[in-house]
Design a protein around this ligand. Sequence first.
Ligand SMILES: CC(C)(COP(=O)(O)OP(=O)(O)OC[C@H]1O[C@@H](n2cnc3c(N)ncnc32)[C@H](O)[C@@H]1OP(=O)(O)O)[C@@H](O)C(=O)NCCC(=O)NCCS
Length: 397
Amino acid sequence: MNNQLSKVECKTENGYIVVPKGLVNVIVDKTEISGVDPKGEHTIYRGYTIDDIGANASFYEATYLFLKGRLPCEDELRELKKKIDYWRGRVPEKVFDALRYAPKTHPMFYGSYGVALLGQYYAPEWSFDLDSLYEHAIRVIAQLPVIFAAGWNLAYNGYLPRPDPGLDHAYDVLKMIIGREPSKIEARAFESTLVLYMDHGFNASTFTVRVIASTLSDLYSAVAGGISALKGPLHGGANEKAMEMLLEVREKAEKAGKPMEDYIEEYILDKLSRKEKIMGFGHRVYKVHDPRTDVAARFIAQLEDGDFWLRVLKRAEEVMWREKRLPANIDFYTAVLYYQLGIPIPMYTPIFAMGRVVGWSSHYIEQVSDNKIIRPTEKYVGPTGLKYKPLEERCKA
Ligand SMILES: CC(C)(COP(=O)(O)OP(=O)(O)OC[C@H]1O[C@@H](n2cnc3c(N)ncnc32)[C@H](O)[C@@H]1OP(=O)(O)O)[C@@H](O)C(=O)NCCC(=O)NCCS
């Protein structure tokens, strides 16, 4: 951490602080929700390591931890589960009607569109009373996955999947996405990835949510902004790109008559020689190892073709470490895990959002609870002193 800080070139100009482009290595605020530990080795979820909670906590437990700052007791857990399951089954019917008319497009659009619609139903008047904020957080956490599953299946498969509030959240959401009953281990693997995706410090979408929160806009609008930021290929889109790449490797390996775990080496070397990035590798925080991949790997091993996929992943990691000293990140592993579950590739980033909405909601509450509008200052470098000319006097040689 100190090394990182020493790299910051912090200049002042006319009394203003000039920070590096992209806010690289800039601390913009403090948070008690998640972040890198002081040694710079682990991401911490409210005091616990991300992989500990990812491996062990249920979706409900982790959600409680994020919203309330500690793991729940039995009655608190029961109460939260009841609320999430209740609201999952209560998406306003008119939101589904609107999704019926949405064009076939990337499903991330259904999320930002659908959650903005939720705001029109739930937040025409907005209160910053803490209990009310928790209630709305639970609604958006419960309903966002239903909106994604509905938008996707209406557009691409011609039917509206209905949630079943009697089922466990992760199980029900996975069932709505894949259109079949998942096995117990499939549902648990899926649940664990939702938890692993829940939060990660001041990443781009979380920061977007905090900026919107700081204007005292409502939570639904802030989540719509978070989804829009997550959609970008430099942020949430990497798991989809990683799987598309792995499928291309498999196809080319078959054509070349070589085992995929061997062929992937020449594929990576070829891409690197053309200075192309390998999606699912590299990370701003984890420079040696992303501990979330260990949790995902344990589940991959228990799903279809687990040994095969792990051999392919490990081989790719060996090559990338040898060539670039870059570790695989969580997206490389969730890509395979979601493929094993039969999830359509365009739904990978929406699933990231279904987990991250817990972090966004927690950050929204933290921001408005101690608010200062986030409004940096620019350095204007364009021309000055120009004077308006009437149209007939403009553009003359
Ligand atoms: C995650 C990521 C954005 C981190 O970015 P960053 O910390 O700013 O690191 P940079 O993009 O500046 O990369 C540093 C160097 O490693 C290289 N590099 C980083 N990720 C790479 C990758 N996935 N494949 C090949 N080379 C990579 C860069 O080309 C750069 O090399 P250079 O110094 O020779 O120019 C970046 O690693 C990346 O684009 N990864 C692929 C997308 C991805 O998997 N995203 C999910 C993150 S959870």
